[in-house]
Ligand binder design. Sequence first.
Ligand SMILES: C[S@@+](CC[C@H](N)C(=O)[O-])C[C@H]1O[C@@H](n2cnc3c(N)ncnc32)[C@H](O)[C@@H]1O
Length: 234
Amino acid sequence: MNETDKQNINKKNIDFFSKNSNYQNNVNQIDTYKILYNEITEIIRDTNLLLDVGHGGCFDYDTTKVNKIVGLDLDEMIEKNSIPKNVNLEVGSALEIPDKLINFDTVLFVMLIHHLVGKNVAENIENLNICIEQSKKALSKNGRLIIVESCVPKWFYNIEKVVFKPTSYLINKFMKHPPAFQFTKEIISDSLTKNGFKDVKIKKIKQGKFILQYGIKFPTILTPVETIIFSANI
Ligand SMILES: C[S@@+](CC[C@H](N)C(=O)[O-])C[C@H]1O[C@@H](n2cnc3c(N)ncnc32)[C@H](O)[C@@H]1O
């Protein structure tokens, strides 16, 4: 992907998610994300230093259970005066985590990976590998990566692969929401292993009645998506 295409995708993400109180309220209110809030809180409880990549101004967990949080996104995404006291914001990309962000006990990606799209499926896969690889330089010696992601079954993935190019063109042109690409849980798990992570664990989360798809509240029963939490040690 050339620089202009990258900047366009980043701009689409910023334009949609930055200070998007509608999206933030949906995450606070929709049942699936309330379930996730509790699940993520249990996982990150008592972490000393947490890097939340692609926070979107949402922080879908109890921020008081962590000592210090750094939120990294393409933009600050939220008014600085409305963030919890233990959160600092940094601007940058998951595909090139700033070198100064090191020694984190936990790196967290919540609903980030499906946004790291390139101009074709090969570039989407490359971006998946890059963000996992980049998390390693931010982690401390015994750190762990937690990925919360919306995944799809293999049959849907095979369709998505075929339609990605035309649909992402149309989404870019006609929708405010940026294009997205969802992986199977096996592909993400394999990428963690290939990138040297150990003890890869996968947990399927019970979804509520509603879920967000392209930023729109959708009955979960009408979508094939599964919400998965991956955890892996460096
Ligand atoms: C679906 S939102 C998730 C927000 C939040 N983590 C949550 O759970 O609701 C995806 C976020 O990923 C961010 N994002 C997209 N591409 C990114 C990149 N290359 N680097 C960092 N953040 C990115 C978007 O700006 C957006 O805030």
